[in-house]
Design a protein around this ligand. Structure first.
Ligand code: NAD
Length: 494
């Protein structure tokens, strides 16, 4: 099944409805209120989407509410079958999904394919969990009183509002929808206004896989639509991925009704290269950590700490690697980095770079752009050497292809520098010393630490950060639990 988009007759551009509620599309007349969707590599308009109004957001939440009882009453195994089917259909539509991801985000084919693989793995993983009855329903607890039976129950939280950003659209969405459906929750999804065609394809796949009407609904739009959805009195939980600034607003709104929240927010993560590191490996990990997805990653390791003894060697090799990056549209042979998602994001990152440089940051070297980059939202990768610890490029999430490198002399100094941030999402350490690796793993304040590996992500391993990087965990069993309420009963024995 290839997803059928409505098309505008005059130029064949995609028309996305304001909302898909219980299987019915609302509005695609374009455009009372809405936005254009661009090909990030060319700047061309490839589609239009209408934004949902308050009545449509309300209808979507009510549809999810109406569908809740039937969906959560199904056995986990029956929900698991639907999840398995979604994984299969994603696999069948891999090429189309990857192509759309490449278009709207400009991701190189390998990165776009990896996103599809991640979404498939996530649905398959939660399908597997659905076969484990112990994760659902009730079990007995041992208590020091044999006149009673104590039981604990895990049950679906209810109606969920799922709000996602544009940098890994299908992936962040799968991380929310798969565990929500597994737990028996229903959902209203609000994708990012920049990349929503990918989520529309995913929604069509879910319908084809047998997700019943009303169980997953979709509303299009920007922050105002997200805010309406988050505040709706019938949503029991908000799972939000995005900036820390908006995460704060979401949490404030959730506080009103004590809605459950999961917040996956920003980061300013460190990669530490010890003196004993394999420098070739360190360069590969630094390149991946800083420039994958053009640096538009919450997990970007944009603060690189390098031991003094290997600093010169590292910088020389890093410069060679950065200059060799092929920054180009996805259809370019050997492409290694694509554009940023939008003209506005490109301008924002360049303005931040200017601000950092105006306050004393030094550009050590930068990459180049291929000639095909003239029209899209491209920016060459930039490396800053030894910024002041108060420089905005060292302190703030840039969300673009920019890395800062600082030297250190001792492990204590590296740990203190790495932890000198209010974020705490991830960290990477490159070392051949097992004892040192253990120490870093324990001392670094981050939700996930990689030692001598690229940023490997498995559905079995939870994702989430400390401090300003968010609250709660996605993926893994904790990801399922975050869509369940834990209740207990103590019953007198007959
Ligand atoms: P954003 O916070 O601007 O927007 C995220 C989503 O929230 C979008 O769908 C947006 O329309 C919606 N939104 C905006 N205002 C809202 C409001 N008041 N109420 C409810 N929803 C609202 O973020 P972005 O620019 O789309 O994405 C980049 C940010 O996302 C970065 O800070 C990045 O670190 C973060 N991110 C975090 C993770 C993670 O797992 N920790 C993953 C990806 C991205």
């Amino acid at each position: 099944m290839a997803t059928q988009f409505e098309r505008r007759p005059d130029d064949d551009s995609i028309l996305l409805p304001a909302a898909t509620i219980a299987g019915t599309r609302y509005g695609a007349s374009i455009l009372e209120a809405g936005n254009a969707i661009h090909d990030a590599s060319t700047g061309d308009v490839i589609g239009w989407q209408e934004h949902a109004d308050a009545a449509q957001v309300d209808a979507a939440v009510r549809a999810a509410h109406a569908a809740l009882d039937a969906w959560r009453s199904r056995t986990p195994a029956s929900r698991g079958k639907v999840l398995r089917k979604i994984a299969e259909l994603l696999e069948a539509e891999r090429a189309q999904l990857s192509a759309m991801q490449q278009r709207v985000s400009g991701k190189p084919p390998l990165e776009a394919d990896t996103d599809v693989s991640d979404a498939i793995a996530t649905f398959a993983y939660y399908a597997d969990l659905c076969a484990n009855a112990a994760l659902f329903g009730a079990d007995a607890l041992t208590v020091p009183d044999d006149t009673v039976i104590a039981e604990r129950h895990y049950e679906a939280v209810g109606v969920t509002a799922l709000i996602v950003p544009w940098n890994f659209p299908m992936v962040t969405t799968a991380w929310k929808i798969a565990p929500a459906l597994a737990a028996g929750c229903t959902a209203v999804l609000k994708p990012s206004e920049f990349t929503s065609p990918v989520e529309h394809m995913l929604a069509a796949i879910m319908t084809a896989a047998g997700v019943p009407e009303g169980v997953v609904n979709l509303v299009n739009g920007g922050g105002e639509v997200g805010a309406l959805l988050a505040a709706h009195p019938l949503t029991d939980k908000i799972s939000f991925t995005g900036s820390t600034a908006v995460g704060r607003k979401v949490m404030q709104v959730a506080a009103q009704d004590m809605k459950r929240v999961t917040l996956e927010l920003g980061g300013k993560s460190a990669l530490i290269v010890r003196a004993d590191a394999d420098i070739e490996q360190a360069i590969a990990l630094a390149m991946g950590g800083a420039f994958t997805n053009a640096g538009q990653m919450c997990s970007a390791t944009s603060r690189i700490l390098v031991h003094d003894d290997v600093y010169r060697k590292f910088m020389a090799a890093f410069e060679v690697a950065v200059r060799a990056l092929v920054v180009a549209p996805p259809w370019t042979e050997n492409v290694s980095m694509g554009p940023l998602v939008s003209r506005a994001q490109c301008a924002r990152v360049k303005a931040l770079l200017d601000q950092g440089v105006a306050h004393g940051a030094t550009v050590a070297f930068s990459g180049t752009l291929e000639s095909a980059c003239a029209e899209g939202f491209f920016m060459a990768p930039v490396v800053i050497a030894e910024p002041d610890a108060a420089n905005v490029l060292w302190t703030d999430e840039v969300f673009g292809p920019l890395a800062c490198v600082k030297s250190f002399r001792t492990d204590d100094e590296a740990i203190a520098l790495a932890n000198d941030t209010r974020y705490g999402l991830v960290a990477t350490v490159v070392t051949r010393d097992d004892e040192a690796a253990r120490r870093y793993r324990q001392a670094l304040r981050a939700g996930l630490v990689w030692i001598n590996t690229p940023q490997l992500i498995f559905p079995q391993v939870c994702w989430g950060g400390l401090g300003l990087s968010g609250i709660g965990r996605e993926l893994g069993v904790a990801g399922l639990r975050s869509y369940q309420e834990l209740r207990h009963a103590v019953v007198a024995r007959a």
